[in-house]
Design a protein around this ligand. Sequence first.
Ligand SMILES: Nc1ncnc2c1ncn2[C@@H]1O[C@H](COP(=O)(O)OP(=O)(O)OP(=O)(O)O)[C@@H](O)[C@H]1O
Length: 358
Amino acid sequence: MTGINARLRLQRPDFLLDVDLQLPSQGVTALFGPSGCGKTTCLRAIAGLERTTGRVEVNGQPWQDDAAGLWLPTHKRQLGYVFQEASLFAHLNVRQNMEYGLRRLAPERRRVSLDQAVELLGLSAMLARMPHTLSGGERQRVAIARALAASPRLLLMDEPLAALDAARKAEVLPYLERLQRSLDIPMLYVSHSPDEVARLASHLVLLQAGHVKVQGPTAELMTRLDLPLSHGDTAAALVQAQVLAHDAHDHLLSVAFSGGRLHLIATQQYVAGEAVRLRVLARDVSLARTRATDSSILNLLPARITQLAEDSPGQMLVALDAAGTALLARITRRSCQQLALAVGDTVFAQVKGVALVD
Ligand SMILES: Nc1ncnc2c1ncn2[C@@H]1O[C@H](COP(=O)(O)OP(=O)(O)OP(=O)(O)O)[C@@H](O)[C@H]1O
C-alpha cells in the first residue's frame, strides 16, 4: 500500500496520544497544533524513538505491526530526522558530517547521492568548513543534507526553522521548497508557523490534545472558518494558477485560475503555461457589491459567499467560492453590516496583494 499509515497509541500520566494518520506518499505533510498536543511524540513514535502500540507502514514497508509482533528499531527504519537544532559533529567538517550519515547505508539502498544533497542545499562552497564557522541557517542546511544523503524513505522534520531568526528562516525556506519539488521523498514537517505550512505543505494534519482534529489538503483546511488556520493575521487562501503572460516592463505577471484572472508583481521571468501556486492573504481581500470601475485595484473577482464568522472583535472573516477556488476576506463587522452580506450572496472580491508561493 502506498502512503504513510500510522496508527499510534501512547498513554502517559497526563497525556494520551491516539492518532490514525493517513498521509500521502509524496510531498510535505505538516503536523500543526498547539504546544503539547503531541506533534513531537508522533514523529518520535514513527521513528521508533518512542514505544507506542499500533502500526506504522511507510509506502508498503511495515516498520511496526503489533499484530504481527513487528517492531523495527530506529536504525532499521530508513528515515531521516531533522531537529530544531542541527546536531552536527563539531570535530568533522561539512563533508565528513554528511558522509557519517552514509556509513550504514548499503550502496544498493542509495536513492539520493551525496552530490545531489550538496547541490539541493547549496553546500558546495562550504564542504571543508567546520560547523562552528557556519551560521545557524547554514548548519541547518547541512543537517538536512545529511539526513537526505542517507536516502530516507521518509524525512521527519521537527520545527527545523524554529531556532532561526527571521532572516535565517527566509534563507533556508527556499531550500525546503526546492526539496519538496525535486525529490519524491515524503516529508512529515512539524511547525507552529502558518506561513511555513502554507508555503511547504500540500497536506495538513491538525492535532489537538493527542488526537487528530482533522487531516486533508492544506488549501482546503486553511480556508475552513471552523479551523484555527483561517483566523488571525496570517489567514490566507492558496490558489493554483497558470501563467498567462509576463510583462517584463511593468514586472506584471498575469495568471488564470478557476475564478478568473489575477495580476501580481513578479521580477522573475515566467513562461506562459507554467503552473504557479499563489497565496492570497485574507487581510488583502476586500468586498464590494458592485464591480468598481474606478479603483486602482487590478484584481476583481466575482465570488459567492460560503461562510461568515467572527474573527476578532470588530473583524469578520468571509469565506468565498471563486468558481471552485476558495478565498478568504477579512473585513470589519461594520462593512459586513453595511453591505448586508449573507451566505449565498454574489460579491466582488477586490484582491490587493497576491504572493507567489513557488
Ligand atoms: N519524555 C516525556 N515524558 C513524559 N511526558 C512527556 C515526555 N515528552 C513529552 N511529554 C508530554 O507529552 C505531551 C505531548 O508532548 P509533545 O512534545 O509531543 O508535544 P508537541 O505538540 O510537540 O509540543 P511543542 O509544540 O511544545 O513542541 C505533553 O503533554 C508533554 O508534556
